[in-house]
Design a protein around this ligand. Structure first.
Ligand code: ADP
Length: 487
């Protein structure tokens, strides 16, 4: 393996429960998706471990909820500082276990530090309000109190940033946490949480249970244990529905960040060069494996040929497959054989059933590694093709032609999910009209990159509910208590 850390203490293989690192004899392999080599092993946690972690978080909440926002602000600020100091090691771990290029990994780790900083700045200024009563003998005020123990389940595609946005907000609010990171990417999760402990966050506030074989039972413990008050899950809509159903039994607060199927619309009046750069950024970041990646391209008649030609040129000139640690790599591997199977199926379907025309890429590259797939463009795809109806989660840009604004909005909204949408236009009236009509939680106008800690992040329809990051993300980790005083 290419593992090389300057701070060896960041390589961990144990669960974190009540401030103690507890190593299990039963370990599972973490592999580098670029070559299949084993990087390291981590503990194969069980439902029983998750229950111990919940007990620790529940006990710690009794005192952590009494800390002042100013104290928690200091802890998060220190945590951010440690993340910045260890950015090289953390991004090295992200690249090794996730596969994304080192520059992207560094960007993600930096975002994680910024997230801790942002919540550290916000939490001392976040509180309740007073509201005039209709009864002259009453006074009304509200309290913002921490939700309680939070069960947090994070995915492999942003193995550091998804932890920061959940754990950072939880700690800011005064909650305690049990984290279950994705089995593909537990190493950076453990390293991040170790830095949280080093920052002085009290024992029991941060707990982590990693697992390969018992992930579902751990999910069930977090979603059903009555001591847990809130769950936050980022992952597939299918698993989100299971967890939400389980959480109903004890009426937990639930945040669900699920799959998307983002449309990327280019109107005739768009700046073609800018639209192409936005398309590259939105489609091919993380090799197309982010839930806000553009999945369906709709390009208007008048600009269609110019856009396709420019997009082809940009993909051929700007993108390079390789190991994420190698200089010049812009495209790492896919996450797993099932991801490879899905893109192959979507490409085949777009070309054959969908009548599409191959413009760039179109095949796996086993000469580079087992999970590499070329950045691919297919034009003239029938909007009924598979790729337009479900998220590929891979480097396939399928393009359909459209004629009118009305028609494209209908097509863009013709999906059961609604996370992100993108469109390019120079017409200010159209910009307002279209952003109001699109059925998604987030809209990018003339940009392919929207995510940052200041942006309320989340979806509508089957993309889930709840918002992360921003003041609304902090709000989601609190309960609003109303107090009436008779005078
Ligand atoms: P992973 O991220 O571990 O590869 P999945 O994407 O299938 O796995 O699911 C994400 C997480 O959701 C799992 O780690 C597990 O904690 C939880 N989960 C999956 N399936 C279930 C289930 N049937 N019941 C409860 N939790 C589940």
């Amino acid at each position: 393996s290419r593992l090389s850390l300057s701070n060896k203490e960041l390589l961990l293989d144990s669960n974190l429960i009540n401030g103690q690192w507890i190593r299990k004899a039963d370990q599972f392999d973490v592999t580098d998706p670029a070559n299949g080599n084993v990087i390291s092993t981590v503990s194969n946690g069980t439902a029983e471990d998750a229950e111990k972690a919940v007990a620790a978080a529940h006990a710690a909440f009794k005192s952590f909820k009494r800390t002042t926002p100013r104290e928690r602000s200091g802890l998060l600020k220190k945590w951010a500082q440690l993340v910045r100091e260890n950015i090289d090691d953390l991004s090295h771990l992200v690249t090794l276990e996730n596969g994304k290029p080192l520059a992207e990994a560094k960007g993600e780790v930096l975002q994680s530090a910024l997230t801790f900083e942002w919540f550290s700045e916000l939490c001392p200024h976040f509180g309740g309000v007073t509201i005039p009563s209709q009864d002259p003998t009453h006074r009304i005020h509200t309290l913002r109190q921490p939700a309680g123990v939070c069960g947090l389940i994070t995915p492999w595609n942003f193995p550091a940033a998804m932890i920061a946005r959940k754990v950072g907000a939880a700690v800011a609010a005064g909650c305690t946490t049990v984290l279950k990171p994705a089995k593909l990417t537990p190493l950076v999760a453990l390293a991040m949480l170790k830095l949280g402990l080093d920052a002085g966050i009290p024992n029991g506030v941060l707990n982590v249970v990693t697992s390969s074989d018992h992930a579902a039972e751990i999910g069930t413990v977090l979603a059903t244990d009555p001591r847990v008050s809130k769950i936050s899950f980022t992952g597939s809509t299918a698993v989100g529905k299971i967890l939400a159903k389980q959480a109903t039994g004890t009426m937990k607060k639930v945040s669900m960040e699920l799959g998307g199927n983002a449309p990327f619309i280019v109107f005739d009046d768009a700046d073609v060069k800018a639209a192409v750069q936005g398309a590259i950024a939105s489609k091919f970041r993380g090799s197309g494996q982010t839930c806000v990646c553009a999945n369906r391209f709709y390009v208007q008649d008048g600009i269609y040929d110019a856009f396709v030609a420019e997009f082809k040129d940009a993909v051929n000139k700007q993108l390079k497959l390789g190991h994420g640690l190698d200089a010049g790599t812009t495209q790492g591997p896919l996450s797993s054989p099932s991801a490879m199977k899905k893109i192959e199926e979507h490409v085949e379907d777009a070309l054959h059933t969908g009548g599409g025309k191959l413009i760039a890429g179109g095949k796996a590259r086993s000469d580079i590694g087992p999970l590499f797939y070329e950045p691919t463009i297919i034009a003239d795809v029938d909007p009924n093709a598979k790729v337009f109806n479900e998220e590929t989660f891979g480097p396939l840009a399928a393009i359909a032609r459209f004629n009118s604004e009305e028609e494209v909005i209908k097509q863009a909204n013709n999906t059961e999910v609604g996370l992100a949408s993108y469109f390019y236009t120079k017409d200010i009236s159209r910009a307002h009209r279209v952003s109001e009509e699109l059925e998604s939680g987030m809209v990018g106008i003339n940009t392919g990159i929207i995510t940052e800690v200041s942006l309320p992040f989340g979806g509508i329809k089957e993309s889930g509910y709840g918002r992360e990051n921003s003041i609304f993300g902090l709000e989601d980790y609190t309960i609003l208590k109303s107090v009436v005083t008779g005078i």
